[in-house]
Design a protein around this ligand. Structure first.
Ligand SMILES: Nc1ncnc2c1ncn2[C@@H]1O[C@H](COP(=O)(O)OP(=O)(O)OP(=O)(O)O)[C@@H](O)[C@H]1O
Ligand SMILES: [Mg+2]
Length: 236
């Protein structure tokens, strides 16, 4: 995954086009150039409103950059190429800041949905999905519907659903925002394990405690620019 000269500005909810005239001050993200090597693990931090979710959205192809080019799995993203978008998205695991669970499916079916959609059969994924839900502490909630889950339970379900397909790139937007510290550490262990198994991981978070505890490198957004914070520098 790489950004080459990527800028983003919003205009009344619509991405600005170059033709509409680009004012440097209106840009949320300014000329970002960085690479996430395959198999790497990074946190993405920065104040509220600094553009973390916006940056992730561009990676998961829900937002077109105003300028610049994004590379994903060695392919240059062509924003209007639907076939390419669908193919690339299949290799992503996304944990949305607002969960996006399907309200009419129970916990098990929400977690299994990506596998079901890919054509897998119940007997093929039953054990994997159950084990994963066990890991995120939802073993006793398999039949529960999303509307009765606590915020933290919803978040853990969203995490399970995002990683159930063993994605090549995991993008998590505040994945521990609603859960206690101990569960947060457990979830981090899951991400670290998936990273060991080969996944590239990028986690947007405000949670400096978790960042510190896991000792992974940090990309920090400030005034539209991205700064690399080395592990050895510690946390300011
Ligand atoms: N669709 C949109 N239209 C207009 N402005 C937007 C849109 N989405 C985000 N913004 C603005 O872009 C800026 C960055 O928002 P973004 O959600 O990326 O920040 P964030 O770093 O994820 O914040 P938080 O930590 O609060 O989640 C904010 O000022 C926000 O209001
Ligand atoms: Mg956000």
């Amino acid at each position: 995954m790489a950004f080459h000269g990527v800028s983003l500005g919003y205009d009344l909810g619509m991405p600005k086009t170059l033709a509409a005239g680009l004012n440097e001050d209106d840009l949320i993200l300014k000329n970002l150039n960085f690479e996430l090597p395959a198999g790497s693990f990074h946190f993405l931090t920065g104040p509220s409103g600094s553009g973390k979710t916006s940056l992730l959205k561009m990676i998961y192809l829900a937002q077109k950059p105003t300028t610049g080019v994004i590379e994903l799995f060695g392919e240059t993203i062509r924003p209007h190429d639907r076939a390419q978008t669908a193919g690339l998205r299949r290799r992503l695991g996304i944990i949305f800041q607002d969960f996006r669970l399907l309200e009419h499916l129970n916990v098990f079916d929400n977690a299994a949905l990506p596998l079901f959609v890919h054509g897998a059969h119940f007997h093929e994924y039953h054990d994997d999905v159950t084990e994963l839900l066990n890991w995120v502490g939802l073993k006793n909630r398999l039949d529960a519907m999303p509307n009765v889950l606590s915020g933290g339970e919803k978040q853990r379900l969203a995490i399970a659903r995002a990683v159930v397909t063993r994605p090549t790139l995991i993008l998590a937007d505040e994945p521990t925002g609603n859960i206690d510290y101990a569960m947060g550490l457990r979830i981090m262990r899951l991400f670290i394990e998936l990273n060991r198994l080969g996944a590239t991981v990028l986690i947007a978070t405000h949670d400096e405690g978790l960042v510190k505890a896991s000792g992974m490198p940090v990309l920090e957004l400030r005034q539209g620019q991205l700064f690399q914070r080395d592990v050895s520098e510690g946390v300011r």
